[in-house]
Ligand binder design. Sequence first.
Ligand code: SAM
Length: 210
Amino acid sequence: MHNLKLAAPQHEDHEYLTGIPELQEEAHKAQAYEYLQSIHMMGRYACISGIIRAMKCRSVLDVGCGEGTLCTYLGSTASYLGIDVSGTAISRARSKNPTTEGREFIAGDFRKLISLVQGRQFDAIVWAGIGLGWRESQDGPWIESLLPIVRQFQELAHDKSILVFESLYEYLDALMPLFASLSPVTGIDLFMPFAGAHNRRFIRVLSPRP
Ligand SMILES: C[S@@+](CC[C@H](N)C(=O)[O-])C[C@H]1O[C@@H](n2cnc3c(N)ncnc32)[C@H](O)[C@@H]1O
């Protein structure tokens, strides 16, 4: 039997924690990302893992992996490396995914991705649910903070890799400059009617080369 949460997400009280890079550990301890575990949000993971399976990706890097829920959806179809800045998220991810073969979780800052993954390349690199937490600082510019991270993705990708971006639909227009140096592969727009807030999302799948 599943152990998914059936209650509607109750995250408004913790919303401010999720947008501040320095507070990600506190955000996880305060269960500010608990809403992602609601069954009403599971369509995100189902769609992302479905794309990864359909494109026959054998290795996945999940950047800002949180509690590693995507890993549980992927099963053993691909090797998986999840990185998150929060040690609490990483230890929850390890408990949820006890099989260690082909699954790794590392606590680290994705702004230093290249040194964290030490020259490995991946068939799929996933960036899911990361919005304002990607700024260099709370008040810093957004896209300018994100561009170096996308360049890191390009370095860790080979010509046939896919980059999977998932976030709130309301951010899509603002994020378009990030995608300018990438080529579109496919996309899905999601509406999860029972999820309450944060229920309109996009998924864009891009090739790492122009
Ligand atoms: C909304 S959660 C999404 C988690 C996961 N991708 C998912 O969809 O279930 C955003 C995650 O990004 C992580 N994060 C934020 N800034 C980060 C950074 N600089 N380096 C690594 N992880 C970071 C947070 O700890 C949090 O787990």
